[in-house]
Write a protein that binds this ligand. Sequence first.
Ligand code: DGJ
Length: 745
Amino acid sequence: MFGVRLRFLGLPLLTLTFGCQVFAQAQVGSAPSITFDQNAKVFRIDAADISYAFGVNERGELQPLYWGGRLGASDVLPPAHSSHEVAAFDLSSSVSPQEFAGWGAGLYVEPALKITFPDGNRDLVLHYVSHHIDGSSLTVTLKDISRDVFVELRYEVDPASGIIGRSAVIQNKTKDPLTVESASAATWTLPHGTDYSLYYLTGRWGSETSLQHEAVRPGQRVLESRRGSTGHQNNPWFAVEQGPTGDEDTGDVWFGALAWSGSWRITVEQDQLQQVRVTGGFNPFDFGYRLAPGESLKTPIFYGGYSHHGVGGASRLLHRFEITEILPERPNPKPRPVLYNSWEATEFKVDEPGQAALAEKAASIGIERFVMDDGWFGQRADDHAGLGDWYVNPQKFPHGLKPLIDKVHSLGMDFGLWVEPEMVNPNSDLYRAHPDWVLNFTGRPRTEGRNQLVLNLARPDVRAYVYGFLDKLLNENDIAFLKWDYNRNWSEPGWPAVSPDEQKQVWVKYTENLYSILAELREKHPKVEIEDCSGGGGRIDLGLIHHTDEVWTSDNTDPFDRLSIQDGFSYAYTPGVMMAWVTDSPHWLNHRTTSLEYRFLSSMQGSLGLGANLNHWQPEDFAEAKSMIEAYKQIRETVQHGALYRLVSPRDGSEQSVTESVAEDGHQAVVFTFLHSSTMGFHYPRVFLRGLEKNANYKMTPIAGKATKETPETASGAYWMSHGFDPDLVGDFQAAAFRLERTSN
Ligand code: DGJ
């Protein structure tokens, strides 16, 4: 998933350019070092600001030794020694931490791998066999003490961020099939300690990425999805902080993100000896992957990183890593175009004249991409029919899509289209022809969600159908962008076409096929960009954003609710992929009334889009929107790809929220300030900026709203950071934004 190794090795120039903001104190520019001390049997990885080490203990197990700030080059790490049995109840095999523990011997903590052999044996003890170092990657091979089950542990380190991608390949070299009952990508082990706290993201439809923060306590905190996809309910990201710092940008933080879009699990565990470890991979619930002799199973990649600059520093590292190593256009994705999407304006009532009229209005305010949402295909009048039938609806578009696409192009925009490839309505020609194509158990009900069923993408014929219709659609139409939707989770996840002992492979093969379709489509149609959507943000993870350029953050487009959703989102994902539309007021969900300016500023914190019904707009709305879109284009590179500082949190009933983004090269900073509600005549709290150069001067220009009249136009970075400034905000649902340009170094 990383870029080619050459880029790592030849990186000095690249890393130096973005070292300015994100890696200010990192030892950037140097190639990572991966070494193995043959005598002490210690592996050590040094990159950017981190060191990571593990060793082979006297039993042959891989034992973690260190993960944290970068150590001195000549520092010698003590070799690995298994811990003594603490009591008969705490066997040495369980209290000695392991990099990747098989469930065997006496292991009472979370295993990384559990296997059942056909003879009933379920004991798996993995010992070091060999290793291979290749530039920025390390592969360590483990093997069971008696059976020919091999596990290749892969470590790939990003020299710029020190983020390590870990995964495992489980190989059955025995003569019989075996069943993998659980398989994790990695276990991350933290230094011994009791003062850890955990950040994680929860949610539901319309209320995604809500940040939770709680003490790590004895036992397990399980973050997971059993839904066949990533899910709105938990997101596969975590951060663990040591000590209560009370500040976003200070303190030691270990964080990780799992690149998997199927059912997943991350277990944060503090054992009885107060050892904290985090294990993540496939969700073991209903798992049971049959591995025939000679076959192997590759786990997803579990990325892990460390920052000495708090959870703020952690997210800045992760954002930069996503931009340079994960996104399809890495390392330099283009800024996202400002798009218009028809969904909230028309819902399913799309047709050629209606869409053309919206397109004209969108173009007049500087929109760059026009996206037609649901409703254009099959017999799709509402959500009861049509999914699966990917022909253009002849009543709505009697001449196909071409006239509309030509119209959009003539207006200077490119054209995007909504699809939901993995689903089918029972009321569709596809389902009538292939009722066996959906996930189901023979003779059991098929539970519908939004009147639809899930196609079993693990089936080769379904995979071929989905790839085929998308390829045809893109061949026949000049489409620049697909919004790829996915509007329910799995139920009855059966796969009757294969033998019972192979059916549970669906948990893996479905998602593998999803990724391979996306990869193949991108290769064949390199100009087509893709938005990842699942009823809002129900399937966002590093696995999918490796194949998609942006994500639909939430169906909740209320600009005030969005401040919290976007805040949570930003802990795990770069604002560059975070689509945010300006929609109508009062908002359909909360019936809240907000000004167009407030709605724009909320959406301008991410990748700006419009979803309002432009047919209801007045001339002054168009004029205001035009000038806000113009202003956004001047700052979008900074907002989408800069270093994000969350200065005041919108969480927990906060009356204010403030974010600041600093351009990668430091020439510009952008500040968004929001006021929920003034009370008792109190002033808006002073805003202290971060990430500027103390001795450089910056000129501040309001984008919308203003600062108090005492605020200087130009001042040093030291002034903006230490003295700060006061936004002039009073009332309810008020907002202001400012652009700072560096005028001298
Ligand atoms: C759910 C998406 O999140 C919405 O934006 C919209 O595309 C609808 N589906 C269309 O059915």
